[in-house]
Design a protein around this ligand. Structure first.
Ligand SMILES: C[S@@+](CC[C@H](N)C(=O)[O-])C[C@H]1O[C@@H](n2cnc3c(N)ncnc32)[C@H](O)[C@@H]1O
Length: 230
């Protein structure tokens, strides 16, 4: 593996049940590396690490220490294997907010959470299959985004930075407002228009029926929100 000073996408291997890095992963890495001074000498938390792609990019970009957290043991194992294969030091934890908080606080928190709106179980015509917890995030897409915003000040050191990527369909303004409500400065710093992937394609009819999306939509805007602890 070749690492440049600010690698965008390290070589990553994933199994069937671990989220393979996609546009949202790369957009988050790009914005992390574009922070003033990048993550050099910073402590970094990659919350919802999946394959570890963002954590590994942080470790390869000179972070002082990188912690990666994922609820899914297979994802955590995958992230640890990918970090080891890259020869980079990442402390991978299986867990969620309690584990991330216990190992913190951090100078930089990066997160690509599950954010796709999903039918409530009772509304599902066909039960969802596969590693759906990587993307399904309840009817409003905010299953992880809301607790992340609430926990952000406790996860961060003074003047620490949160970078979170999400879809326009999971409430960009809600995230910005939620972060401001907990006393942080927050703004959208990047946007990228992308074609729907397989999950959004399969969800489009339901989202249209729920009034969450115009009929015939086939693209979404991904946003990266930056929030700073005052
Ligand atoms: C969209 S994937 C992102 C993976 C990777 N960070 C990337 O950018 O490619 C979301 C990941 O969050 C994990 N996850 C879902 N809910 C979580 C929670 N409450 N706490 C920690 N991890 C969670 C899933 O297991 C999945 O690996």
């Amino acid at each position: 593996m070749t690492l440049s000073a600010a690698p965008i996408s390290p070589t990553i291997v994933t199994g069937d049940d671990v989220y393979a890095p996609q546009e949202d992963s790369h957009l988050l890495i790009e914005q992390m590396n574009a922070l003033p001074g990048g993550v050099v000498d910073k402590t970094v938390l990659d919350f919802c690490t999946g394959s570890g792609v963002v954590a590994i990019a942080a470790a390869g970009s000179g972070a002082a220490a990188v912690t990666a957290v994922d609820l899914c043991p297979n994802a955590a194992r995958c992230a640890a294997d990918n970090a080891a294969a890259a020869g980079l030091d990442v402390d991978v934890l299986v867990g969620s907010f309690p584990e991330a908080l216990a190992a913190g606080p951090y100078d930089v928190v990066v997160c690509n959470p599950p954010y796709v709106p999903a039918p409530a179980i009772e509304d599902q015509v066909t039960p969802l299959t596969g590693p759906t917890q990587a993307w399904d995030a309840s009817v409003d897409g905010r299953l992880v985004l809301d607790p992340l915003c609430a926990a952000a000040p406790d996860l961060l050191t003074a003047n620490g930075t949160l970078l979170v990527v999400q879809s326009e369909y999971s409430g960009t303004a809600q995230t910005v407002d939620a972060l401001r409500r907990v006393g942080m400065d927050a703004e959208v710093i990047a946007e990228q228009r992308v074609e729907f992937g397989p999950v959004m394609k399969s969800r489009a009819t339901w989202m249209h029926e729920k009034g969450l999306m115009d009929e015939g939509c086939h693209e979404e805007t991904l946003v990266v929100i930056l929030a700073t602890k005052r």
